[in-house]
Every structure is written in C-alpha cells, then in structure tokens.
Ligand binder design. Structure first.
Ligand code: ADP
Ligand code: ASP
Ligand code: MG
Length: 406
C-alpha cells in the first residue's frame, strides 16, 4: 500500500463545517487503498489569537510558555478532525508532536526538526488507522514543547513524508502556486509545475503559500510535492526536480515580504572588524539579517543599513543600545514600514536586463527604492510600505506574469 502524507492548512480547517468536508476528502483517499497520514494546522486564525492572548498578559512573553500556549492550537484541530473521521466510520487516531517524538532543537518558536520516531505511526497504520498529526509542534529530548516557526506545519508534513518515503500533498485555500500571490496580483497565472529551487526562492522571499524550510527538505530528500486547493477538483501545482535552464523562463514570479524592518546605523568606524562585530552580535542573538548595504562617506566613516525580521525588533534595539558606543555609532534608527518586493527568475542567470527593466518600471511609477540586493536567480527591492501593490502590478504586467492586462 502507498503511504500518502496530506497537510491541511489553517484556512482549510477554519470551521467545524470545513473540518467535516476535509474528513470526507480524507475518507475518499483512504478508500483508494492508501495509508494516510494527515498533518493539520490550528483552525483559522487560532495561532494569531493565541499570540494576542499572550500579548494581553505581558509585553515580553517567555518563549517556553509561548510554545506551551501555541501547542494547544493544533491539538484542537487534530482532535476535531479525528472525531469527524470516526463519525464517517473511519478508524483514526490523533497524535501530538510530543506523542510522536517529533524531536527538535530547543530554540522556542524556531525549532528545527532533528528526528521523528516512526514506531507509533507505523503501529497505528498497521492497525488500519488514519493517523492525524499536529503540525508545527515538536518536543526536545528533555520533553520541552517547541514550535517550528509560523507556517511550520508544511515543514512537519514534508519531514514526515521524507521519513515515510511518501509523497506529500499540501492542501490550502488557493488552487496551487501562482506567479504571484493572487490576492495581490489579480490575474496572476497558476503554475502547473515548478522546480524545488524556484519555489525555495519564492517561499523564502515571502510567498507564504508554503514554508521555505518545507521545500528545502523536499528538495534534500526528493519528496514529490503537490500543492492544491482543499476539497476542490482543480489541478494543483506539482513540484519536483531542478530548474531546466534550457527551458527556464526569464521571470517565474514575484514575492512580497512584509515581515522585515530596516535598521540604519550612522558613522560607524570604517573598519571591517567593526562590521564583523555588528553581524556577529546579531548572529549570537539569533537574529537573521537579510539585506545589507554599507557606504563609506567622504569623511571616512561608514553608514550601514540592514533588514531583520520584525519579531526580533526588541532584541535588536537592546543590542544596539548596548554596543553603539563600542561601534562608534553616532545616530541610528529603525524603519518598520517597509516591504520587500522580489523578482525570481532562473533565466536571469544567462539573460541580462531584468534589473534594468524593473528599475525603469519602478521609476515610471514613482516608487521609491530604499535598498536592493541580487543573487543568481533573484533581485529584491525594499520599498516603503504601501507601494508594493503598484510595484507588483507593473512588474507582473510587463513580464507576462498575468493572464491578461487589466
Ligand atoms: P494555509 O492556511 O493553507 O497554510 P497560507 O495562508 O499559509 O495557507 O497560504 C496560502 C496563501 O498564500 C494564499 O491564500 C495566498 O494568498 C498566499 N500566497 C502568497 N504567494 C502565493 C503564490 N505565489 N501562489 C499562491 N498563493 C500565494
Ligand atoms: N498554526 C501555525 C501558524 O499559524 C502553523 C501553520 O499554520 O503552519 O503559523
Ligand atoms: Mg501556511
């Protein structure tokens, strides 16, 4: 028998009605003589609501206790989905990350999976049960509860599929992967197929349709992925293989990330060791830096700007206040109303001109540019918040990423 791992996101299990519909779908897959492992996220906006509850009690929630709280979200949906399956006459059992021994590192809210003990899942499958697993959560070797980062249920699903040597179907609230978030770019095209590499770029640049670490894992263990709309007959997107550069399109898609903030430090001492110290201190505080720009001014001092996730703003503030004198910083500020718009395209590797064309389009639309970074197959522009929709539209329409012009 084939094992299939199916993941249903928060939007697909947002109400009890939806949970019942999802249960019908799972029952159908099971009847096609498959062994089914289902991963579910918390219902609808539950995780946001739990975070709000924590915020109402304290400004600085303890990260262990936050994970204790966030773990409850997925526990509700696995229990309800399992009851709905049982109500349809299916044999099913729900399991939390801890019951599964989905072992992770101990960094709360951004734990990484170390291993998964398959013995319990195998035992349940052998007894003919559908196994319903809580996504997003894990446990450390000393029994502490953890979570994998927002959107992490996708990663739970792919990790389980990798361990079980199964294919992984991710069901969500859109028909598949589009050239850009269809909510941002009306008329965005659905992709029938894409490569792991392109999707890794899109996801890590902000296309929240899938967690970037999930696609990285899928590529590493060659897990075939299928992303589609839950309870719909529409064809989804198949993700496998690498980019075929001969066939590669110039631009595959656009991604938008609203989760970062920009920090600027002025008048640093122009010394590479100072730069190394700045980034080392950020790394030690587990703050991921994304875009970086550094400029020497005429007087030989250095100005430095970089972006970091908004969730780390307080840690960064404390760190800079502590070190600013050592680094010679005369002035510094945080700009939080920023958005990163990125263009992903394997064809950029061999064909020049994408950056030039986008700069022109942004200039014609009078969109201010705060920072730019490039890599082999992507270019990112940081723009003030509020300009992203216009940027996405002019780029999308001019690179053929939409079905037709508005
Ligand atoms: P789930 O609850 O299933 O995990 P998410 O909200 O995390 O769903 O992801 C689905 C959403 O991702 C879609 O509703 C869509 O707005 C957004 N999205 C962003 N970029 C893309 C893209 N390139 N293709 C499809 N959807 C995208
Ligand atoms: N419930 C978690 C979140 O909202 C995990 C997930 O949905 O993948 O981030
Ligand atoms: Mg998601």
């Amino acid at each position: 028998m084939n094992i299939i791992v199916q993941k249903y996101g928060g939007s697909s299990v947002g109400t009890t009605e939806k949970i019942k519909r999802v249960a019908e779908e799972i029952k159908k897959s099971k009847e096609e003589s498959n062994e089914i492992v289902v991963i579910v996220s918390a219902m609808g906006d539950t995780t946001d609501e739990l975070l709000e509850l924590a915020g109402a009690v304290t400004n600085k929630p303890d990260s262990r206790e936050l994970d204790m709280l966030l773990n409850t979200g997925e526990q509700v949906s696995i229990a309800l989905l399992t009851m709905a399956l049982q109500d349809l006459g299916c044999k099913a059992v729900s399991l939390t990350g801890a019951q599964l021994h989905l072992e992770t590192t101990s960094s709360h809210q951004k734990a990484r999976i170390k291993d998964i003990d398959l013995s319990r899942i195998k035992k349940e499958l052998n007894q003919g049960r559908i196994v319903v697993v809580a996504g997003f959560q894990g446990v450390t070797d000393d029994e502490e509860y953890t979570t994998l980062g927002r959107g992490g249920s996708d990663t739970s699903a792919v990790a389980l599929a990798a361990k079980l040597d199964a294919r992984c179907e991710i069901y969500t609230d859109v028909e598949g992967i589009y050239t850009c978030d269809p909510r941002l770019l009306p008329g965005a095209k659905k992709l029938n197929h894409t490569s792991y590499e392109e999707l890794i770029e899109m996801a890590s640049l902000g296309a929240e349709v899938i967690h970037p670490r999930a696609v990285e894992l899928a590529q590493k263990y060659q897990v075939p992925l299928y992303i589609a709309e839950s309870c719909s007959k529409a064809e989804g997107t198949i993700i496998n293989g690498n980019i075929d550069y001969l066939e590669a399109s110039l631009v595959t898609g656009i991604a938008v990330n609203r989760d970062d903030i920009q920090i600027t430090l002025r008048d640093l001492e122009a010394d590479s060791y100072i730069l190394a110290e700045v980034f080392n201190s950020l790394a030690e505080a587990e703050i991921n830096v994304d875009m970086i720009s550094q400029l020497l001014d005429k007087s030989g001092r250095m100005n430095l700007s970089f972006t970091i996730p908004e969730m780390d703003i307080e840690k960064a503030r404390e760190l800079i206040a502590f070190y600013r004198k050592d680094w010679g910083v005369s002035d510094w500020w945080i700009r939080s109303e920023v958005v990163k718009v990125s263009v992903v395209g394997p064809g950029m590797r061999t064909q020049p001109g994408v950056a030039a064309k986008v700069f022109k389009l942004l200039a014609q639309s009078e969109i201010p540019i705060l920072m730019v970074t490039t890599s082999e197959i992507k270019i990112s522009w940081l723009v003030p918040a509020g300009y992203e929709e216009e940027a996405v539209k002019v780029i999308g329409y001019n690179f053929g990423l939409t079905l037709e012009k508005d």
